[in-house]
Design a protein around this ligand. Structure first.
Ligand SMILES: Cc1c2[nH]c(c1CCC(=O)O)Cc1[nH]c(c(CCC(=O)O)c1C)Cc1[nH]c(c(CCC(=O)O)c1C)Cc1[nH]c(c(C)c1CCC(=O)O)C2
Length: 337
């Protein structure tokens, strides 16, 4: 997969899935039960290493992704964080300068060092040919959770804060740019072969705000990371970005690859950006739940559309907990022929 990130077309398309370690796997649910809560799982290297490796053992994917969460960054800045069963994340809110100033300037080493220890151990235990991905959330997406304290349908609270108090919002984004860059550098130095920046809420921004709050912070992170790790391989996943937005992001940031969600028109995207970066994606996670001939047809269409491109197979977003394992096996068999 590293060669594809370097722009080469692979004879055998590398495969991995967003959220490949998760509740659709019984072995994940077993460790999750043992650990108690989700954050304990993230901060206990033994557990984090184990669940990262589970999908590699079971499916032989070409990449492993560190088991953690994008909200570990605000947590290590001092935000209170919990995950309620079936309800998603709950955070103490950061809505103004006073609340931002009460947070740390750097990431609490007592939290982050446990994650970096897991990265090193995963790299040691993985087969050499399996790529290890680190990650962080893009500043925009992380800020949406920090401002609202939770996920909302269109992350209106953060969009409103960026309009009513742009100076505060800029300071929040700046804090996240600096700390996220340091976090990614730490992961790369600990053994990650590449890193992915998840901008899961990029799609709720108008074009000008997308430039300011999504592209520009990602561009700064890429520059800060490459200043320390010049050959760092970086993937951006701006979920919901338009073709124009995706193209602008590729040109402005210099990432090695872009992740595509399932709504993206593949051939146009190839024409617009395919020569400059590798493309990663983009099977609809619901097609993987449906399975059967719908799955076969969708996989075939995707393979045809990306034929001859530097392409990494993935889903257009994370795999859902209700996905049957047999459908994942069927998808891999279809891809591998
Ligand atoms: C927005 C976002 C989050 N986290 C993440 C994103 C960006 C990608 C995306 O858009 O999905 C990223 C993430 N979260 C998780 C990973 C691990 C690596 C992987 O396998 O991809 C990664 C890369 C584990 C997780 N993160 C979470 C779980 C479920 C926790 C559990 O076991 O109960 C997992 C496996 C919890 C989480 N974490 C987050 C939410 C909204 C939730 C609740 C929703 C849900 O439960 O799926 C925030």
């Amino acid at each position: 997969m590293k060669r594809v990130l370097d722009g080469h077309v692979a004879a055998r398309t590398p495969i991995w899935m967003m959220r490949q370690a998760g509740r659709y796997l019984p072995e994940y649910r077993a460790v999750r039960e043992k650990a108690g809560d989700f954050l304990t799982l993230c901060y206990t290297p033994n557990h984090a290493v184990e669940v990262t490796l589970q999908p590699i053992r079971r499916f032989g994917f070409d990449a492993a992704i560190l088991f953690s969460d994008i909200l570990v960054v605000p947590h290590a800045l001092g935000v209170d964080l919990s995950f309620e069963a079936g309800e998603g994340p709950r955070l103490s809110r950061t809505t103004n300068h006073t609340e931002l100033n009460a947070l740390r300037d750097d990431l609490d080493p007592s939290r982050i060092e446990r994650v970096l220890e897991a990265v090193g151990r995963i790299r040691e235990e993985l087969p050499r040919e399996t790529t290890l991905l680190g990650f962080c959330g893009a500043p925009w997406t992380v800020a949406t959770y920090m401002v609202a304290g939770r996920g909302t349908p269109d992350q209106g609270p953060a969009r409103l804060a960026s309009l009513t108090d742009p100076a505060f919002f800029e300071a929040l984004i700046d804090r996240l740019v600096e700390t996220s860059a340091r976090y990614l550098i730490g992961q790369l130095k600990a053994g990650a072969d590449a890193v992915q920046i998840f901008d899961s809420w990029a799609g709720v921004l108008d074009p000008e705000s997308f430039r300011r709050w999504s592209i520009e912070p990602i561009r700064r992170i890429v520059a800060l990371v490459r200043a320390q790790v010049p050959d760092a391989r970086i993937i951006a996943f701006p979920k919901g970005a338009t073709l124009a937005g995706l193209t602008e992001l590729v040109l402005a940031t210099g990432v090695n690859a872009v992740g595509l969600d399932w709504t993206v028109e593949r051939r146009q995207t190839r024409l617009a950006v395919g020569g400059r970066v590798a493309l990663q994606g983009n099977l609809d996670p619901l097609v993987l739940i449906a399975g059967g001939t719908a799955l076969d047809a969708a996989v075939d269409a995707l393979v045809e559309d990306f034929h001859g491109a530097a392409h990494i197979f993935n889903l257009g977003h994370g795999i859902r907990p209700e996905t049957p394992i047999a459908h994942v096996e069927r998808m891999i068999a279809r891809l591998r022929g």
